[in-house]
Design a binder for this molecule. Sequence first.
Ligand code: ADP
Ligand code: ZN
Length: 641
Amino acid sequence: MNSSPAAVAPQGAGGAVGNASGTAPAAPLGSALERLRRVFGYDAFRGDQEEIIEHVIAGGDALVLMPTGGGKSLCYQVPALVRNGTGVVISPLIALMQDQVDALRAVGVRAEYLNSTQSVEESRDVERRLLAGEIDLLYLAPERLILERTRQLLDRATVSLYAIDEAHCVSQWGHDFRKDYLALSLLADRWPDIPRIALTATATRATAADIVARLKLEGARTFVSSFDRPNIQYRIVSKDEPRKQLLDLLRTQHAGDAGIVYCLSRATVDKTAKFLSDSGIPALPYHAGLDAATRSAHQSRFLREDGIVMCATIAFGMGIDKPDVRFVAHIDLPKSVEGYYQETGRAGRDGLPSTAWLAYGLQDVVQQRRMIDESEGDLAHRRRLSAHLDAMLALCETIDCRRVQLLDYFGERSTPCGNCDTCLEPVAGWDGTVAAQKVLSAVVRLHRERNQRFGAGHIIDILRGKRTPRVEQQKHDTLTVFGVGQDLAEAQWRGVVRQLLAQGLLAVNDDGYGTLVLTEASAEVLSGRRSVTLRAEAERTRRPSTNGRTSRSAGGAAVDLSPDAADLFERLRAWRAAEAREQGMPAYIVFGDATLREIATARPASLGDLSVIGGVGQKKLESYGEGVLAVVAATPPERPA
Ligand code: ADP
Ligand code: ZN
């Protein structure tokens, strides 16, 4: 965006209501609502936004826990526009600052950033404009704040508030710890009178407590939103041929959609990206083993082009605020429910139907248990990792609503959601006590009678009565358990073993070979004192979802549109892509899918009609209004309503 925002709003979008002394008066919320409507083009605040914004405008400190897509940005952007001075946003996401600033400029906000990617001249210019009071929002990398030079700069500027984005980065509990974030405690010491608002999508109490302590936010009000993401459909399938299962999902339910595929290792990322590309799907790899230039090129394509599938390790994703990610797929088991929820949360920020899909199998359990055993750190650390894995496994194996279990994990009670696989296709439990006893006694006999240990594959061969070379060589066909398990197919036995591991009724030995051993609880099952309920493993992998999704190219975003509206939606998307390309910006900065959907349905005939659509503020109306109206006018409905 090169056009000068000043031409549209000479005072900036803020139009400060503060007084000359720099102490912001308690502005009426009316001015916040006015900014929301005029600048951002939204009708009303969502959830806790109003209360948070009111609190910060009045000068209060806040800790905001809100899920991804919940609408955290407005919680500091609107107060920054209402209060006198510049809102300073601390964010670790240097690579995304340009896009964040572009998105704000597109709605007429005077936004800038200061980070290491700039030349000295560029940052000097930003500093000059900051001191001249010409900036509404300034994004700042945390390592900048460590410099005394920056601190002195901020001393001289009028700062309206400090927003600490991705605040969980200050916590050593979390998986995104950044050392530079520890320095942010200085905000409280150096500028005690400037309100601070810390925001994160990490929900656990331990992290929240850590944030409060490290950022000295003891006096802050904490706002905890519901962590539910009702538009995301959670599905967990048993892993068979993961890449084929994935391809099937993409072809039948997410053709043409943008999405993220998470893999555990770099090698799997590369293989999966190649497999998808070879199958005609535009897929790119992203992991820490790629050089910085490749990573940034891939990230930029993912953000700017429509329908790119990013195959990635968990190195990818934090701060990616692309709103139209239609699916997040995991082809390996995540290590914790926290991680899983953060990653899946990147789907559907625009509130439109989206999918979180996970394929997991016996090998995942064995591998992760082994990784925990081999991990560095003391016993307490390994116990913590184990507890995280157990919670993740419980989610995978539940026969109840996935969402109820997920939210429960974050301390939130709910009722069955109707939009997860177990709600849509209820799973029966079956009495697996006898099957469990068979597996356990095979393990016990091998150990007691032969002093041997084996992995799941060989145990299953014995139960199924398969005369493999190893069975013959070891004379395992003479064991009493040989062939007692012909009632179940091999895949079913793998499911049984997996679930026993998940329930702690069987364990992986720490010998590094993935051999199976009993646990204390195994004895209760063997003696019949404890029964075992297992998940009935249906042929679930090819089942299309039942929420009416189609495989049209616009994927989830076109759901429920009439044919005419869907046609117009496609044309608007094409117009948007061209517009974004011309300006070198991600398409969603022009307009989000949710806005285009509304336009396609409402068919505005005038700028007045267009201005009431969600996401169309004053600046965008001026920049794009005529363009949109021309597309609408050029696409008359087949049959006028
Ligand atoms: P978060 O930072 O919490 O992940 P964002 O701030 O990116 O979420 O907001 C997610 C999406 O919701 C964005 O597309 C944003 O424009 C939209 N949004 C936020 N608040 C509102 C609102 N009050 N009305 C309509 N849309 C909103
Ligand atoms: Zn459910």
